[in-house]
Design a protein around this ligand. Structure first.
Ligand SMILES: [Mg+2]
Length: 306
């Protein structure tokens, strides 16, 4: 079968859903699970630590990251779920006894123990959270699914089972799944855009700086590009021979910087948390666009096949 012309790679939470709203429910679950199942301390202690660390991060956000394998995967405040994950990470790191408990329960397996712990809380927690889709998402997805020249895929670090469960609310299914829906699309869950590898030896060409592994954004901000898992996932799609490949996401460091460095298009879907510097970088990049709402996103995507 000949490939369609445009591949649209879409992030899920924050891009198609109201992540800030969902994050409140997620945080409550994460605090409870962290206290009871992992650290064996009172939920009250964890709630107190959570609020303190949240304030600390938001008072100097450029100093805090979600760190994976010792490298910054994203700034802590680029999205509501990422902020929750970063807070949990800082709580765990705040006491040697907490670190010991986490190392014991989540030994390294290519990902460090703290990341494995925060992933566990994230996957268990978000599966239980009720999805709040943004206005117009069902219409957008159906338009993309039905379009003869567009091949949409949802690519996310959430697990496929969660995406499947939540899309069911829109009466949209997963291609190839047992239960058939009138409208179905491809889901690439657990893609791990956050998987950092300090040993990765790939370099990217920067128009001013030459070969780089860390993208300089401005004097305060930069994004580490050592993401071999995400790189491979994008390469696999590029090898399928599309005329255009576009990535849509609400997080720049996590999902947007690498595709731009690889020469792909990136559309930043703004949220209330989007930092100004990410918006400025993407909107001034020749392959970048910033959109505020789903209607605008639909127009942008359809303009690629006009
Ligand atoms: Mg997102």
């Amino acid at each position: 079968m000949m490939a369609k012309r445009v591949k649209v790679i879409m992030d899920f939470d924050g891009t198609l859903t109201d992540e800030a709203l969902q994050a409140e429910e997620l945080a409550a679950i994460a605090k409870r699970m962290l206290a009871k199942d992992i650290l064996h301390v009172s939920v009250r202690d964890i709630r107190k630590a959570y609020e303190q660390i949240r304030k600390k991060i938001l008072s100097c956000p450029h100093q805090f990251h979600w760190e994976v394998n010792g490298l910054p995967a994203t700034y802590a405040y680029e999205g509501a779920y990422l902020l929750n994950t970063s807070i949990v990470q800082e709580i765990v790191r705040s006491k040697p006894a907490y670190m010991r408990a986490v190392r014991k329960l989540f030994p390294s397996d290519g990902l460090d123990p703290v990341t494995r712990c925060t992933n566990h809380l994230f996957h268990q927690g978000t599966y239980a959270v009720h999805p709040h889709f943004l206005d117009g998402v069902r219409e957008l997805l159906i338009k993309l699914i039905e379009h003869p020249l567009i091949d949409p895929v949802i690519m996310t670090n959430s697990e496929t089972r969660k995406i499947k469960k939540n899309l069911r609310k829109l009466r949209i299914g997963q291609c190839g799944a047992k239960h058939h829906f009138c409208h179905e699309l491809e889901i690439l869950g657990d893609t791990r855009q956050y998987h950092m590898d300090p040993e990765w030896n790939h370099f990217f060409q920067h128009h001013l700086q030459g070969p780089i592994q860390v993208l300089p954004v401005n004097e305060h901000f930069s994004v580490d590009l050592r993401r071999p898992v995400y790189f491979k996932a994008l390469r696999r799609i590029l090898d399928q021979g599309y005329n255009k490949v576009v990535v849509v996401a609400d997080g720049f460091s996590l999902a947007g910087a690498l595709p731009l460095a690889m020469g792909l298009r990136f559309i930043l879907k703004k949220t209330d948390l989007t930092p100004v510097w990410t918006e400025e970088y993407v909107s001034s990049h020749p392959n970048g666009k910033v959109v505020r709402e789903i209607r605008e996103l639909k127009q942008q995507l359809l303009s690629l096949v006009e």
